[in-house]
Ligand binder design. Structure first.
Ligand code: BDR
Ligand code: CA
Length: 314
């Protein structure tokens, strides 16, 4: 399967990137960068540096949206710095990649890949859905041919993590997320309903620590920062949000899915909340599948083992 990751990198985005490189049968053909955990520029830089660190500097990185559809600029707030550090990757300083930034803007990059690979392509978006929405707006038919679109975002059966109702990625661009869900394209939503069940702890990364390479040291430092800072109440454990959205694209059988026609609340205190669309409630066909159950322990084991194998390969 060809894969594009759309990332607002972000520690768990970085872990999703590593997981993509670790998975057999997945060919990462590009990374598109969006604002979110960090600025768009920082996301581009983090993606390029991480790819170089992991021996994949040749994977193109395309630059995408710098802010939400309804905004004119963006700066990450305190909430993001607490979870991901000042540079998005736990304040870990990576050597600068010398690979050039891809000349094609993110949305065009995604659409070109959709036209070329159709059902052989998976697009996994783990930040605000602005790039994905832009791609659908550019060429809906091409995006409808994509084999799998999986997003990390939203909260259907649990409270939000940004507001009592809303999850952070959706909250960062509710209008774009609404456009994606109302486009009618088949989208798998991997939200807090399941990602809060998959936590990473010190014991899980112990085997990464045993590997003596710069890449292993960097990922250990990022994961350590993350599991100590991700939960607001200081409870140890970081939710493996973004890698789980990738898992849903490659291994949907590991999830219980609820078919729903989704939309996003854009007004009032519920702004950013993912809910069933009353306009399409009675439609026989449901375009989104919401992950509401996951084999959590098996996933954490698979994820940590795959990253360990990747790091051990050097
Ligand atoms: C999402 O928000 C970001 O902090 C994470 O990278 C993840 O994509 C979780 O709500
Ligand atoms: Ca993310």
């Amino acid at each position: 399967m060809k894969l594009i990751l759309d990332l607002d990198t972000g520690i768990d985005d970085a872990l999703a990137l590593a997981y993509a490189l670790a998975l057999p049968d997945v060919e990462l053909i590009g990374v598109t960068a969006v604002f979110g955990n960090v600025t768009r520029e920082r996301s581009v830089e983090n993606n390029r540096n991480l790819l170089a660190l992991l021996g994949a500097a040749g994977v193109p990185v395309a630059s995408g949206a710098a802010h939400a559809w309804a905004a004119e600029s963006y700066q990450p707030g305190e909430f993001k710095y607490r979870i991901h550090g000042g540079n998005g990757i736990g304040n870990v300083a990576l050597p600068a990649s010398t690979a050039p930034v891809c000349g094609t803007p993110a949305a065009e990059f995604i659409v070109e890949a959709a036209r070329r690979f159709g059902g052989g392509l998976a697009v996994v978006a783990t930040g605000p859905l602005t790039n994905l929405a832009d791609a659908i707006r550019l060429d809906r038919a091409a995006m409808a041919s994509v084999g799998a679109i999986s997003i990390m975002g939203g909260a259907l059966t649990v409270p939000g993590n940004r507001t009592p109702f809303a999850e952070a990625n959706i909250c960062d661009d509710p209008e774009a997320a609404k456009y994606v869900f109302e486009s009618g394209l088949p989208v798998t939503m991997v939200g807090l309903d399941v990602t809060m069940q998959t936590k990473i702890l010190e014991k899980d990364i112990a085997r990464w620590r045993a590997i003596d390479t710069p890449a292993a040291a960097a990922l250990v430092a990022m994961a350590e920062y993350y599991y100590k800072n991700e939960s607001e109440d200081g409870t140890l454990g970081g939710a493996i949000h973004d890698p789980l959205a990738l898992e849903a694209a490659v291994n949907p059988a590991a999830f219980s899915m609820l078919p729903v026609n989704l939309t996003v609340v854009t007004e009032g205190p519920g702004r950013g909340r993912t809910v069933g669309d009353m306009e399409r409630l009675c439609d026989a066909e449901k375009s989104a599948r919401v992950a509401v159950g996951v084999g959590a322990a098996a996933f954490v084991e698979k994820f940590c083992g795959a990253i360990a194998d990747l790091l051990a390969r050097g």
